[in-house]
Design a protein around this ligand. Structure first.
Ligand code: NAD
Ligand code: WQD
Length: 341
């Protein structure tokens, strides 16, 4: 089976994708500098699949180390590139940290494959759409001026990839624009590990429910949405992980329409903040303490994806719903509290 390099493979989405890759029979090599993840995740992956992944603690910004790794592994046929800084607020405060990390790592990786065939899957984001004019948003919708340096790194990274693929027939690149990934593996052995106070809704909900945080604040109830709170397309992280396998299969089949393609990866359904809170309470039986607060600066009102292109071309579709997402996130929160990594 082919060998796949997973950068950021001990991170949240990366670890779930490593599990799905191993289950699908791929040989996995992980590179991570453990900047935002724990080495203990390797043991957790091994508990799920029985296979300990080959792991290299490397900072992808170090060009020589990236080159050495890639040339020592001439059998790597694909790369799934998750490694990046991802905190929107922090990126506004430290833009250079974000531009340096997210661009240098991408450029070093691409350069290391010069002259070699590679299937490259990139973690992009629905953040590139900003507030779309039409919903559900399709891949053809215009990219809006980024609200943050983080968002800008995704927009420019997509351009770097598309321009590189245009002049390198041996680069086969797919950008996956994720909507809002939430939830955890059904084993509760891996999940999201936020450092400090979670900025994202679902980790805040689970930490509030377990008593690590106070009441949840719903950021705004006067939006032009059915219940006044913001609407997002939440996607279970295991469904998202599987979309990466589907992307690799498409690259391997030689059926790409061009050697740079973009796919929305979501459920195609929008849920409001209040609906997420209700789904959590219903699926876990745990009552949440929440209050309505002010709008959060920079939030878009509503976004959900048109995922018909992924369904048709990748033969992939999300199978899990909001309650599965909440149940698994809660099981993981309880596990990680009892078993810190
Ligand atoms: P994460 O922080 O859990 O995982 C990223 C991993 O990359 C971490 O383990 C970190 O240590 C590693 N890393 C960062 N910089 C590195 C470097 N220079 N060298 C080596 N390793 C490095 O994040 P995640 O939620 O799993 O996100 C994965 C990718 O998906 C990111 O590119 C992110 O921008 C993108 N994305 C995430 C979301 C989301 O809501 N989680 C949504 C859309 C897109
Ligand atoms: C979801 C909804 C909040 C916390 C971010 C990035 C985006 C992408 C995914 C990477 C919003 C509301 C939140 C809280 C709340 N990441 N909320 N109370 O903002 O959609 O997207 O993560 O690419 O780029 O911007 O996700 O989880 O922060 O918020 O009411 O305590 O929950 O206002 O409507 P968001 P989120």
């Amino acid at each position: 089976m082919s060998k796949i390099l997973v950068t950021g493979g001990t991170g949240y989405i990366g670890s779930h994708t490593v599990v799905e890759l191993q289950k699908a029979g791929y040989d996995v090599v992980i590179v991570d500098n453990l900047d935002n993840s724990s080495i203990g995740i390797l043991e957790q992956i091994t508990k799920i699949t029985g296979i300990k992944p080959d792991f290299h603690q490397i900072d992808l910004c170090e060009e020589a180390k990236v080159k050495e790794l890639i040339s020592n592994n001439p059998d790597i046929s694909g790369v799934i590139h998750f490694a990046a800084h991802k905190a929107v607020g922090e990126s506004v405060q430290y833009p250079l940290k974000y531009y340096r990390n997210n661009f240098f790592s991408l450029i070093n990786l691409l350069s290391a494959f010069t002259g070699r065939d590679v299937n490259f899957v990139f973690s992009s984001s629905c953040t590139v759409y900003g507030q779309p004019d039409k919903l559900p948003v399709t891949e053809e919708a215009p990219v809006k001026k980024a609200e943050s340096p983080y968002g800008n790194t995704k927009q420019i990274a997509e351009e770097i990839l598309s321009e590189s693929a245009a002049v390198n027939a041996n680069y086969h690149v797919i950008s996956l624009r994720y909507f809002n990934p939430v939830g955890a593996h059904e084993s509760a052995l891996i999940g999201e590990l936020p450092i400090g106070v979670p900025q994202n809704l679902v980790p805040f909900i689970t930490q509030s429910a377990i008593g690590k945080r106070g009441a949840i604040t719903v950021y705004g109830s006067d939006y032009n949405t059915p219940d006044g709170s913001c609407v997002r397309d939440y996607i279970h992280v295991v469904d998202l992980a599987k979309a990466h396998i589907a992307a690799l299969k498409r690259q391997e089949s030689g059926k790409m329409a061009s050697n740079y393609e973009i796919f929305n990866i979501g459920t195609g359904k929008g849920s409001s903040v209040l609906e997420v809170i209700n789904a959590f309470e219903k699926s876990t039986g745990v009552k949440l303490d929440y209050k309505i607060g002010e709008r959060r600066a920079g939030d878009v009102e509503q976004v959900w994806g048109d995922v018909s292109k992924a369904e048709k071309e990748l033969n992939w579709k999300a199978g899990l719903g909001l309650e599965d997402m909440m149940r698994s996130a809660w099981a993981w929160e309880k596990y990680i509290n009892e078993n810190p990594l």
